[in-house]
Design a protein around this ligand. Structure first.
Ligand SMILES: Nc1ncnc2c1ncn2[C@@H]1O[C@H](COP(=O)(O)OP(=O)(O)OP(=O)(O)O)[C@@H](O)[C@H]1O
Ligand SMILES: [Mg+2]
Length: 265
């Protein structure tokens, strides 16, 4: 399913997340349309991962709503003073996680499974595919990320770049409408970054809808049609890559970019 021109694929309203007394997200509003490629920047600890994790409900939002293709996730609970909590069922969240696939900094592959089985696992357990069909589909996904020849390798025998490409293949296998990347290259040796960014660039060229948390400012500039800078638990500044990365209007964005001035773009 895709969104209609006027209806965002993902609509976030007043999303808040707190851990104990630490309110990390303080009211995020965001519309993501089909085909958007959004780069999310911000200082360490600003809540970028928390935002992505709330979108696919690895973290439960404290309040606010997340809507995918017009469908609000969860059911409103009777309001308590100062709270707008919602109730989520596991089956609903399983569907959401298929629609919003996540790629992690640390790959999160199963060490005891081959690359092929890592990609096939969700197809079998979540989508209930037969082993034969799952393997067939998993092979096609490994092929897309250039790893056909590594299908039977275990993660310990793959480079970081290869592991991340397996993780991308695993996410793609579920045919998500939205791809969430959380610093997919920041744990890689510099010489392995390029092969992962090439895969992400190819996905962008296919018109996929993506949110990418990254510190690769130069890549973000060319990849994104929209850039968000997160600070103080909010979208502090947003706009086109030229607006936010070349001509930031606000002080904290300017300071952040000044600290990343080794990037040329
Ligand atoms: N599960 C958790 N329990 C308690 N606090 C958490 C949890 N997850 C995140 N936090 C806190 O929320 C804040 C935001 O963390 P988050 O990981 O979202 O930041 P980030 O912007 O992704 O940072 P980085 O660039 O270092 O990855 C931090 O203060 C962090 O300590
Ligand atoms: Mg993070």
């Amino acid at each position: 399913m895709t969104s209609t021109p006027n209806e965002p694929l993902l609509r976030i309203r007043d999303l808040r997340k707190q851990f104990g007394h630490n309110e990390v997200l303080k009211g995020i509003d965001l519309d993501v349309f089909t085909g958007d490629r959004i780069a999310v920047l911000g200082a360490s600890g600003s809540g970028k991962s928390t935002l992505l994790r709330c979108i696919n409900f690895m973290e439960t939002p404290s309040s606010g709503t997340i809507e995918i293709a017009g469908q609000v996730i969860g059911t409103a609970l009777p309001e308590r003073p100062g709270k707008q909590e919602r109730r989520y069922t596991e089956s609903e969240l399983t569907r959401v996680r298929q629609r919003a696939g996540m790629v992690f900094q640390q790959f999160n592959l199963f060490p005891h499974m081959s690359a092929l089985d890592n990609v096939a696992e969700g197809l079998r357990t979540v989508q209930k595919m037969s082993r034969e069909d799952a393997i067939l589909k998993a092979r096609a996904q490994l092929d897309r990320v250039g790893l056909s020849d590594k299908a039977s390798e275990y993660p310990s025998r793959l480079s970081g770049g290869q592991k991340q490409r397996v993780a991308i293949a695993r996410a793609l296998a579920m045919e998500p409408e939205l791809l969430l990347f959380d610093e997919p290259t920041s744990s890689l040796d510099p010489e392995l970054v390029g092969e992962v960014l090439r895969v992400i660039r190819a996905l962008a060229q296919e018109g996929r809808t993506m949110l990418l948390v990254t510190h690769e400012i130069g890549f973000a500039y060319h990849f994104a049609n929209r850039v968000l800078f997160i600070a103080d638990g909010q979208i502090y500044e947003s706009g086109t890559p030229d607006e936010v990365l070349k001509n930031p209007r606000k002080k904290r964005t300017q300071d952040f970019l000044a600290r990343h001035n080794e990037f040329n773009f």
